[in-house]
Design a protein around this ligand. Structure first.
Ligand code: NAD
Length: 332
């Protein structure tokens, strides 16, 4: 039985069930520094102890896997401590907030190649996007030339208050668009090369929120494909992953109820409806695979390289949006 611990019990609470759906994993340590949250989680998991400090997880020699689901600004230090203590790490996105910190995590992993790291880039488990990826791989879309992917947040209250609103420079690119970036990289297998971007903060103008709440980036890929990738913190719209994929043979347009696939340019012809579930995922869905990857010493579904690849594009977009210059994606 492999033992796991979880730091932060917001989305982290969902990791409990994710780990324990694996017959060889048990969550033995939980930590959250908020007493109200601890009391709340105890009503659903009355047989567990929940510590106040992350140390209870990080210092337990019997814990082999640590989920880091704390606030973004604490990820780097906790990831480094967990790796230093020879623990495998499943970290909520974003892995870290600074490029230099990403380099330090990479260097630590290079020194400890037996350790696994992954991140909760959960859209890969969405049934509709899995079908889209299989169809792209089968050649149904021909050559891809454009993807339009937008993280429509629909939760502006989380930017106006709470830890996201209080964190100086909270990045909706690192915190939200990262899902769309990973999705585009995973759907296409292509490599992002160069980025230009613009942003504004009109929707949160009268608040303390200090970074862009709207960012739109143009990303050039090795194949020549272009992707428009953005995050839209102010949209008056339900939380949604806007996705349009244009290939030489077909176009895919995601919708809230179903998606549409156009295989014809004729205006009278109806598109095909793709009814696979969206989002259709639970936030703990990647954990069974992660435990298996640890037990069988193989790369997890979201590999370390995948985590660094999407992060590299995030850093390039942030820099491009803030400098107004086009930025080469620096692989990490
Ligand atoms: N993968 C996803 O789809 C997804 C979805 C939501 C959030 N997240 C990520 O998960 C992380 C947490 O976000 P959330 O929405 O759950 O926030 P949240 O505020 O709802 O919950 C976080 C919990 O962690 C606790 N906490 C924070 N830092 C801590 C620390 N250093 N030590 C102990 N306890 C700590 C807080 O008290 C809180 O109860 C963020 O990094 C966020 O980006 C990922």
């Amino acid at each position: 039985m492999i033992q796991a611990g979880i730091i932060g019990l917001g989305v982290g609470e969902r990791h409990i069930g994710g780990y324990e759906r694996h017959p060889e994993c048990r969550v033995t340590r939980l930590a959250d520094f908020c007493p109200t949250k601890r009391a709340d989680v105890l009503t659903r998991f009355p047989d567990r102890e929940i510590a106040e400090h992350a140390d209870a997880v990080l210092d337990d020699p019997d814990v082999s896997i640590v989920s880091i689901a704390s606030h973004d600004q604490d990820h780097f230090a906790q990831v480094m401590r967990a790796l230093d203590a020879d623990k495998h790490v499943f970290v909520e996105k974003p892995l870290v907030l600074e490029i230099e910190h990403a380099r330090q995590v990479r260097a630590m992993l290079n020194r400890k190649p037996h350790l696994k790291i992954s991140s909760n880039l959960i859209l890969r488990r969405c049934p509709r996007f899995l079908k889209l990826r299989a169809d792209i791989a089968a050649g149904d879309y021909g050559r891809l030339f454009l993807i339009d992917a937008d993280y429509q947040y629909g939760r502006i209250h989380k930017l106006l208050g709470g830890w996201r609103g209080e964190l100086p420079g909270y990045s909706l690119v690192l915190g939200g668009a990262v899902h769309m970036i990973d999705l585009v990289l995973w759907l296409t297998g292509d490599r992002a090369v160069e980025v230009s971007a613009m942003g504004n903060r009109i929707a949160t103008a009268d608040s303390a929120f200090a970074n862009f709440d709207l960012v739109q980036a143009l990303v050039r890929f090795e194949s020549g494909m272009v992707a428009k990738i953005g995050c839209n913190g102010g949209c008056v719209h339900p939380h949604f992953h806007k996705l349009e994929v244009y290939g030489t043979d077909a176009s895919f347009v995601n919708g809230l109820e179903s998606a549409f696939v156009y295989r014809d340019r004729h205006p009278g012809r109806r598109p095909e409806t793709m009814r696979e579930a969206y989002p259709g995922v639970d936030k703990g869905d990647l954990l069974h695979d992660f435990v298996d990857a640890v037990l069988h010493d193989r790369a997890p579904e979201v590999s370390a390289d995948d985590v660094f690849r999407s992060l590299a594009v995030c850093f390039a977009i942030e820099r491009a949006a803030h400098t107004g210059k086009s930025v080469a994606v620096e692989q990490l």
